[in-house]
Write a protein that binds this ligand. Structure first.
Ligand SMILES: Nc1ncnc2c1ncn2[C@@H]1O[C@H](COP(=O)(O)OP(=O)(O)OP(=O)(O)O)[C@@H](O)[C@H]1O
Length: 475
């Protein structure tokens, strides 16, 4: 597909451009007014449209044609030809979705560079759209909890604007999924969504990757910014962007244009920028690791993505969804979750958030026992509470699956056994510490089936009906 439609009311110009492009191996069609142009487009949308802004003897001017094309054939790149001194109109055209503009009088090399780049970007965009179709399932966003619904309400508010969004939240909470949601619901949804993994790229490679490269030997290699033209660029973990690159990105945000590495021509891009961070950017600024000016430019609309522990109600729905995904993509058994397994999952700590849940589901399905419901014993038992959870009670897996009365008894038994052994079996000190009368503690221990005994010089506390020593030796 290398068919280019050239629309210009000056016959000499359209024929000149046509001849140049034919010499370069493109097929061209020509139109001298808006009626002919629209007829050609409706007959067969071209691979590229070169469009003069001012069209004499026409019902529509170039901007009207541009709008019609962007409405009906948004994938067709449009290069505007503008008369000298009409730069504002050309910039307005870019806002309407034109790919780029060239000013009359133009030289042939300049024209060819712009056209090749437009064709290349359009090809990448089609490829990206194909990839995206395959990816849409994984970008699906699920939930029904209050925290999730509040997030969706905020995301919905920003989809129709062009405002820069900063998504904050812990690792694996779904920041990228949220960014893809904004893109999919915006009027840029048919244009690319390009992720820049700021943490995963060597600082010295970052600029070539973002801005592209230009050299006599290898020609033009468009970078990610160019590939995202018209769409969304997502800076994942923006705090990891090297300081030098931060300054350059700041310039791009101010000027809306940049040079490729090794190139002298300015490249213009129309982008919506979404960034994410799991770190506190104010701290990074205070430490001199993040540029404050860039922060203010990127942080126009801050949106917090809740951690999984702030939206525990969503866990069953998410787990079912991941089971279905594993079944579809890897043929793993489509198991259900037992009530105990759900209760355990809803009380566990999830430092890795939704990603951790997804990985856990996959692991259980791979290693699991048969095809029946997933049982609590197949899930990892909670390790010691982390420091972050300081002061918060972490339920052990078994406790979480019991009715309150039993859970309370189990807790009291465990708690008192621990205290008695901590105080070397001394009931008075234990009673004093736990805040009970000595006699009341005795009665409590009895009702819980805990006996204390002197053995080998140390007092040990154990649960009577299990007949098993809970703690081998008190200190
Ligand atoms: N609401 C959701 N519904 C369905 N899947 C989700 C949801 N949130 C996250 N996921 C899945 O969890 C995984 C992690 O999500 P994502 O990559 O968006 O997190 P992140 O916050 O961007 O992580 P990081 O900060 O580590 O890059 C992905 O596989 C994603 O598909």
């Amino acid at each position: 597909m290398s068919d280019i439609l050239i629309v210009d009311d000056e016959r000499d110009i359209r024929e000149l451009i046509g001849d140049i492009l034919e010499d370069e191996g493109f097929t061209t069609r020509l139109a001298g007014n808006s009626n002919d142009a629209m007829a050609e487009i409706n007959k067969e949308p071209p691979a590229l449209l070169i469009l003069d802004i001012w069209l004499k003897d026409s019902k529509m001017d170039g901007i009207d044609i541009l709008k019609a094309v962007k409405r009906d054939n948004p994938d067709v790149p449009v290069v505007i030809i503008s008369g000298h001194g009409n730069i504002e109109i050309a910039v307005a055209a870019i806002r309407q979705g034109a790919y780029d503009f060239i000013e009359k009088p133009f030289n042939i090399d300049q024209l060819l560079v712009v056209i090749r780049r437009a064709m290349e970007t359009s090809r990448l965009r089609r490829e990206n759209a194909t990839l995206k179709r395959g990816e849409t399932r994984s970008a699906e966003m699920l939930g029904d909890s209050a925290g999730y619904r509040a997030l969706i309400a905020q995301l919905d508010k920003v989809t129709k604007s062009n405002g820069r969004v900063m998504l904050t939240g812990p690792a694996g909470s779904g920041k990228e999924v949220a960014a893809r949601y904004i893109h999919a619901k915006s009027n840029r949804s048919s244009a690319p969504f390009v992720t820049v993994n700021c943490a995963g790229v060597e600082p010295e490679m970052m600029e070539a990757m973002l801005f592209g490269r230009e050299s006599a030997k290898r020609g033009i290699e468009p970078g990610l910014l160019e590939q995202a033209h018209g769409g969304v660029i997502y800076f994942d973990e923006v705090a990891d962007m090297p300081l030098g690159t931060q300054s350059k990105i700041l310039r791009v945000l101010v000027d809306q244009q940049f040079n490729r590495v090794g190139g002298s021509d300015k490249v213009r891009v129309d982008l919506r920028v979404i960034s994410s961070t799991g770190r506190e950017l104010q701290e990074e600024i205070a430490e001199g690791r993040f540029r404050e000016e860039l922060f203010h430019r990127l942080n126009v609309v801050p949106i917090a993505v809740p951690s999984l522990s702030e939206r525990r109600e969503d866990i069953p729905m998410l787990a079912d969804y991941f089971i279905e995904q594993c079944h579809q993509s890897q043929g793993l058994p489509k198991r259900t979750l037992s009530d105990e397994a759900v209760a355990l999952m809803q009380t566990m700590t999830w430092p890795g958030n939704v990603r951790q849940l997804k990985n856990l589901v996959e692991r259980v399905l791979i290693l699991g026992e048969g095809t029946g419901p997933i049982e609590a014993r197949e899930l990892p038992q909670e390790s010691a509470p982390s420091e972050e959870e300081d002061g918060k009670v972490i339920l052990s897996g078994t406790l979480a699956t019991m009715p309150l009365r039993e859970a309370r008894e189990a807790f009291e038994r465990e708690y008192l056994l621990t205290q008695i052994n901590r105080f070397g079996g001394n009931i008075s000190r234990t009673a004093n510490f736990v805040g009970m009368e000595r006699s009341a503690l005795h009665r409590k221990l009895k009702s819980l089936g805990v006996v204390t005994s002197q053995k080998a010089g140390a007092r040990v506390a154990r649960v009577e009906d299990e007949g098993e020593e809970q703690i081998e030796q008190a200190s």
